[in-house]
Design a protein around this ligand. Structure first.
Ligand code: IFM
Length: 448
């Protein structure tokens, strides 16, 4: 690691998301989101945890920014809670919500930390879900209007924007598997939602470009590295299907203006293909200045005749594993960075999330998380390798700044480089935080 030098303008950051850290769900005029509804439904979340309090970041953002500053972060990625801005998703604007993100932005800039905001990290206003959620085409316009307002209010100080976080997880987990909010289990809905997410992204980008605000806008995709479990033709074909379902379904429309023919045919044969109107795909094509990549793990894929519509079985097989049971595979990150350039476009890329949960134990006010340090180091090396081969990677955001509400796992999984004691809301730096601080300092010194 000592020898690796990243470009001098490379941004080192950390990421979080509103519902996972803010808490204060009833403060400042915030409206309910689908995650409030879902997490407060008994049995949905491990230990019946909710995001009601989370890391109480809404009330502690100033001291959290002090931690970021002490870490030497150059950038911070978080999301805006739509229901703080529009408690009902549309219509009446909530000034207190705008004020919160205004203050957050100013404090970040005061600390010389570049804010990057994701407009939608899954916490849809409940009132919009009551209208059918992203299955309802009207949502594309409500999202566009919300995005437009944020560009207008913050676009003088924020110049990196992300429309959606992981549309695959939102559509699949939330609408096909049902283990995320809004808890729907229906293929047709899930696939339609994925189309409306991409289309709403495109409309928000159009609004950004029309706003004349300086800066760049993109979308963040979670890309999973799928490899065949064996070299049989059946497993290889299964891998192509799995990659098509999870990765190409989102990449192809963004870069090629078309859904992948093999997956579209599969969906058509099951009557679950999305309703797509003329021009939708033309609007989605090239609707990004950069691609955000969230990368975590590799899955080995086998053909399984009786396994659902995809007839695939994807699982983690080769250790070491994180506390999520995810296989640590830095090569997969290199694979995507180089694959985007060779198969899609030589577009700027930000690694908007990468990190690991481990069973951290607080001892003497810190956590000896050597495995997380090792994880980060290896993924940095994979990134450096891709940059050396000409991939235009511009930044890296560790997931996560803080331990936080890990969706259906509640607080049982700790991804932070800063440990949160949820009883006292005390923050404790894990050893990975000290390591990351020193790494960033060394990079700054090398490039100056
Ligand atoms: O916590 C999530 C985040 O909200 C989206 N990307 C993956 C992380 C870890 O599961």
């Amino acid at each position: 690691m000592a020898n690796i030098i990243f470009p001098s303008n490379f941004l080192w950051g950390a990421a979080t998301a509103a519902y996972q850290i803010e808490g204060a769900v009833n403060s400042g005029g915030r409206g309910a989101s689908i995650w409030d509804t879902f997490s407060n439904t008994p049995g949905k979340i491990d230990n019946n945890d909710t995001g009601d309090v989370a890391c109480d970041h809404y009330n502690r953002y100033i001291s959290d920014i002090e931690h970021m500053k002490a870490l030497g972060l150059q950038s911070y990625r978080t999301s805006i809670a739509w229901s703080r801005i529009f408690p009902e998703g549309k219509g009446q604007v909530n000034q207190a919500g705008l004020d919160f993100y205004d203050r957050l932005t100013d404090k970040l800039l005061e600390a010389s930390i570049k804010p990057v905001y994701t407009l939608f990290h899954w916490d849809l206003p409940q009132k919009l879900q009551d209208l059918g959620g992203f299955n309802n085409r009207d949502l594309i316009y409500y999202f566009r209007d919300y995005a437009q307002l944020m560009f207008e209010k913050l676009g003088d100080r924020v110049n990196l924007w992300i429309t959606h976080n992981e549309p695959a997880v939102y559509s699949h987990n939330g609408h096909i598997w049902g283990n995320h909010a809004p808890g729907i289990a229906d293929w047709k809905t899930g696939i339609q939602v994925s189309h409306h997410l991409l289309l709403s992204h495109a409309l928000a980008v159009e609004a950004f470009r029309q706003s004349g605000k300086p800066g760049d806008i993109g979308i963040t995709l979670n890309l999973t590295y799928f490899e065949p479990a064996s070299d049989t033709p059946a497993d290889q074909a299964a891998t192509i299907r799995q990659d098509g379902f999870g990765n190409r379904w989102f990449l192809d429309p963004l870069f090629k203006g078309a859904y992948p023919a093999d997956i579209l045919a599969l969906y058509e044969s099951h009557n679950i293909a999305p309703d797509v109107m003329a021009d939708d795909l033309a609007r989605i094509k090239n609707s990004l200045d950069f691609l955000g990549i969230n990368y975590y793990f590799r899955f080995a894929v086998s053909h399984k005749e009786n396994d659902g519509l995809l007839k695939t079985y994807a699982r983690a097989v080769v250790g070491p594993f994180t506390a999520m049971g995810w296989e640590i595979n830095p090569y997969g990150l290199y694979h995507f960075l180089t694959r985007i350039k060779s198969e899609y476009a030589n577009i700027p890329i930000y690694i908007t999330e990468n990190g690991a949960a481990f069973d951290d134990v607080l001892v003497n006010n810190t956590v000896q998380d050597d495995r997380r340090i090792d994880y980060l180091e290896k993924h940095f090396a994979a990134t450096a390798q891709a940059i050396a081969e000409g991939v235009d990677v511009r930044g890296y955001y560790v997931w996560s700044l803080l331990d936080n509400f890990e969706w259906s796992f509640g607080y049982s999984k700790r991804f932070g480089i800063i440990y949160v004691d949820y009883e006292t809301q005390q923050r404790y730096w894990k050893q990975s935080a000290y390591w990351y601080r020193d790494f960033i300092t060394a990079q700054k010194n090398k490039s100056s």
